[in-house]
Design a protein around this ligand. Structure first.
Ligand SMILES: [Zn+2]
Length: 193
């Protein structure tokens, strides 16, 4: 019994900290989506402003994606991440946007990140999040980004960038994972023999 509590407490603490952070943060509504400003290194709400522009762009150019986003994503949170442009947090239903990326990149790029992460949210809610073949999920998310970007003028470079990201992903992460799996398999075979 005690062990179960010990396992759960960190999760409860994390969830509590998140709840508190959202409660005290600056928030704004963008056509039914709550945007939370938890940026730590960007003064005067500038990163949240950039994120709001990206959300407006999706709302304006892709009503179907927007409707799904409103349903599937609880909060869009601008904050500091550890190196990713965006993340989807399954347990809280948050889409995170990296404040540094928001400050540096074009609005169209940031909107593509939101569409990518919202697709993760959609797939998770449809029951595909736990699917072992991560590459199919990543491919679906990048394709969603590209479909959205095609609706916008002047995004040829961003579309090419998204395609390149997918190729890199296939070539590095997946092959790397496959090699790791192979090594694990070989180790297991040695132990068994
Ligand atoms: Zn992804």
């Amino acid at each position: 019994m005690t062990d179960v509590y010990a396992m759960c407490i960190p999760e409860i603490v994390k969830a509590g900290a998140r709840w508190l952070a959202v409660r005290i943060a600056e928030k704004r509504q963008v056509h039914g989506v709550t945007l939370v400003d938890l940026a730590r290194e960007t003064p005067d709400g500038q990163a949240a402003e950039g994120a709001a522009k990206a959300l407006e762009l999706i709302h304006q150019h892709d009503p179907a994606v927007w409707r799904r986003l409103v349903r599937d994503v609880r909060y869009v949170v601008v904050t500091k991440t550890f190196g990713t442009a965006g993340e989807y947090w399954v347990d809280s239903g948050w889409v995170l946007l990296n404040e540094a990326v928001v400050m540096r990149q074009m609005t169209e790029f940031i909107a593509m990140v939101v569409v990518h992460e919202a697709t993760h949210a959609r797939l998770w809610r449809m029951g595909f999040g736990r699917c072992p073949d991560r590459e199919r999920i990543e491919t679906a998310c990048v394709e969603a980004e590209i479909r959205f970007a095609r609706r916008l003028p002047g995004t040829a470079n961003l579309i090419a960038g998204a395609r390149a990201k997918l190729t890199r992903y296939w070539e590095t992460d997946l092959r790397g994972n496959a090699r790791k799996a192979e090594r694990r398999e070989r180790k297991g075979a040695k132990k068994r023999s």
